[in-house]
Design a protein around this ligand. Structure first.
Ligand code: SF4
Ligand code: SF4
Ligand code: SF4
Length: 288
């Protein structure tokens, strides 16, 4: 029976909740493995595990220690979720100096006890600290995605990596998006609330609304555009070709928007790098 250890770095427990969201199916998975260490069971440490799974970004010295411990003790290490895979939302802190962030939270009373984990100057993805064998991106990943990866590893197979862009799974019609043309598809960027009516069947980008689908990895069944009439915000992380997501997205927009209209794209960092700032070149460009 394979042994599995799971742990949390700078995460919100959402990825572990997604594992538990398998409901009774979690018993099938856990029945086929021995859980030797996890926040969902009462263990203090472990010697070795066949598979280690870590949720969350690497944001403190304690996270670095945990990441190294898992790497040393586990034969296979999985980055679970977008924070572990790309830094996720915690990576947005990399836009600011650490002292400014601490000052904004604690004022002039920044706690300094040696018992409190020390924040790193920059938040990192797990693979910026230790070697990662497999990634299960998503914020959080779908329960079945976690199950499929675990079942593959238990059976001695390689988990399947989903690499296509989000648009491949999206049910909205995209008549003009990928067609070579002379005219631009839309004449400007619009906010969702600016429109009286959003065509629920037509691609958001073709309606002038920013959707991160072209640069975002498949895997969530394109839930927001397909099921919720909301554009994608990129929480599954980038496709392998689009790791510098914001730049790649500007590239995608260039073919559908006149250059002048692109100037009105507000908050390009928040839109383009919300989940991937930790793996981006942007902080270096702005002097961080
Ligand atoms: S990927 Fe999302 S759900 Fe998972 S730890 Fe990060 S913020 Fe939470
Ligand atoms: S709505 Fe978004 S995800 Fe769907 S096809 Fe258009 S750009 Fe792609
Ligand atoms: S459609 Fe985009 S924002 Fe919505 S869940 Fe999927 S990846 Fe995340």
């Amino acid at each position: 029976m394979k042994t599995v250890a799971t742990g949390i770095l700078e995460g919100c427990f959402g990825c572990h909740m997604s594992l538990l969201d398998l409901h009774e199916e979690v018993l099938d998975v856990l029945g086929a493995v021995k859980l030797v260490y996890s926040p969902v069971i009462d263990t203090k440490d472990f010697d070795r595990a066949d598979v280690g799974i870590l949720e969350g970004a690497v944001a403190t010295d304690e996270n670095v220690e945990t990441a190294k411990k898992f790497r040393d003790k586990c034969d296979v290490l999985i980055a679970l979720g977008t924070c572990a895979s790309y830094g996720g939302i915690p990576g947005m802190r990399n836009l600011f100096e650490l002292d400014d962030v601490l000052g904004a939270v604690y004022g002039d009373k920044v706690p300094s006890s040696g018992e409190i984990p020390r924040p790193l100057p920059m938040v990192k993805s797990l693979d910026q600290v230790v070697k990662v064998d497999y990634y299960i991106p998503g914020c959080p990943p779908l329960p079945n995605q976690i199950k499929d990866a675990l079942v593959a590893l238990i059976s001695g197979e390689e988990p399947v990596e989903l690499t296509r862009g989000k648009c491949a799974q999206c049910s909205r019609t995209k008549k003009e998006l990928y067609v070579q043309r002379r005219e631009f598809v839309t004449d400007g960027i619009k906010a969702v609330m600016e429109l009286d009516e959003i065509d629920p069947k037509k691609c958001f980008l073709e309606q002038g609304i920013i959707c991160m689908g072209p640069v975002t990895r498949e895997g969530c069944e394109s839930k927001c555009p397909t099921n919720a009439n909301m554009p994608c915000r990129g929480c599954w992380g980038p496709t392998p070709e689009a790791r510098e997501v914001g730049a790649k997205m500007v590239n995608s927009l260039a073919s559908i928007l006149p250059a002048g209209a692109m100037m009105f794209m507000e908050d390009i960092v928040g839109t383009g790098y919300r989940y991937t700032m930790a793996i981006s070149e942007v902080p270096g460009r702005i002097g961080r």
